[in-house]
Design a protein. Structure first.
Length: 326
């Protein structure tokens, strides 16, 4: 769009379409939009409703409007801008012309967000793979098909072509991508293997948190098995079947075993000298988006987490040795 001389460019928007499911009928439209688009605050949603940027069946409505089954909800989201390329170091596990798999360190934000305009993984990807700079932003952040929390380390798939991106998105939607995490939790789960089925939504009082809810949440499923009991801790292998925000952290905290180092969902004071989550995406299995061949990648625990694990094992071994000597 050509802009008039001396006037700022018009900021385009992306229209997000949502359709009301039978079990969602009767819900207020503002709460419905916040639940489906948790990146938007309720105040933002109410502002969008007041300005006519959220429509129900092509018509503006009030925030208190109660939705009906089959209603179409259109939300005008601001068009994001592509960040600047930054030549940041990346730990590349694998790459070919269609995709890359990398081992993300803890502390690295995946894409720009409030408070993180630069220095993100996406900035680094745009520098390493210049072809991503030509991708239309309205189709999503270039190259990204899934993400990890800032303080979670481990394996991440990057699409280098739109064809690969679309094929990978189909796999994620069909849940044929297997993601295995290693998590150290506080406490010792009574069940050595279990499945957690609990819907997740934005916490009603604290928007930085997610929560298990009885109504209005998105279905979420997580499986775990205990690999080791380590005194007052346990090392788990965790496999999320769905991909909700903070899913592993929320589910494990909900059953009484929060991830060590997690001060958002766990106790504020913790005994271990951790300044990050003990959560690592250690194994990733999927089908190559072009060849169709099943491929698997693994990533060892980073040194800081391995050191914590070694100290716990040493402590457990010492206690057992003392017990045997007595």
């Amino acid at each position: 769009m050509k802009e008039a001389d001396g006037e700022p460019p018009v900021r385009e928007s992306i229209r997000q379409q949502l359709y009301v499911a039978p079990e969602e009928a009767g819900e207020r439209v503002d709460r419905y939009v916040v639940r489906h688009l948790p990146e938007l605050s309720r105040a933002t949603v109410q502002r969008l409703l007041a300005s006519g940027e959220i429509l129900v069946n092509h018509a503006p409505v009030k925030a208190s409007y109660r939705l009906e089954e089959g209603d179409r909800v259109d939300v005008a989201l601001p068009m994001p801008t592509v960040p600047e390329p930054e030549p940041l170091p990346l730990d590349i596990v694998y790459e070919d012309p269609y995709l890359a798999v990398l081992n993300k360190p803890a502390g690295l934000v995946v894409h720009p967000a409030h408070g993180h305009a630069g220095g993100t993984l996406l900035n680094a990807l745009l520098a390493r793979y210049p072809e991503l700079q030509a991708w239309p932003v309205e189709e999503g952040w270039p190259g990204l098909v899934h993400r990890l929390d800032r303080d979670t380390s481990g394996l991440l798939i990057i699409a280098r072509t739109p064809e690969a991106r679309d094929a990978l998105r189909v796999q994620f939607k069909a849940r044929t991508v297997s993601k295995i995490y290693l998590a150290l939790v506080i406490g010792q789960p009574r069940l050595e293997r279990a499945r957690i089925e609990a819907p997740i939504a934005r916490h009603p009082q604290d928007r930085k948190r997610m929560a298990v809810v009885k109504e209005g949440g998105r279905p979420a499923s997580t499986e775990y098995r205990v690999l080791e009991y380590l005194g007052g801790y346990a090392l788990l292998e965790v496999q999320p079947e769905t991909g909700r925000t903070h899913q592993i952290r929320v589910h494990l905290a909900a059953i009484g075993y929060p991830v060590a180092g997690d001060r958002l969902y766990g106790p504020p004071r913790q005994r271990l000298p951790l300044d990050r989550l003990f959560l690592h995406a250690s194994r990733l299995t999927f089908y190559h988006p072009i060849s169709g061949q099943e491929i698997m990648f693994t990533a060892l625990l980073p040194p800081d987490l391995q050191a914590i694990l070694d100290k716990l094992r040493e402590s457990v071994h010492s206690r057992r040795t003392l017990s045997c000597e007595k």
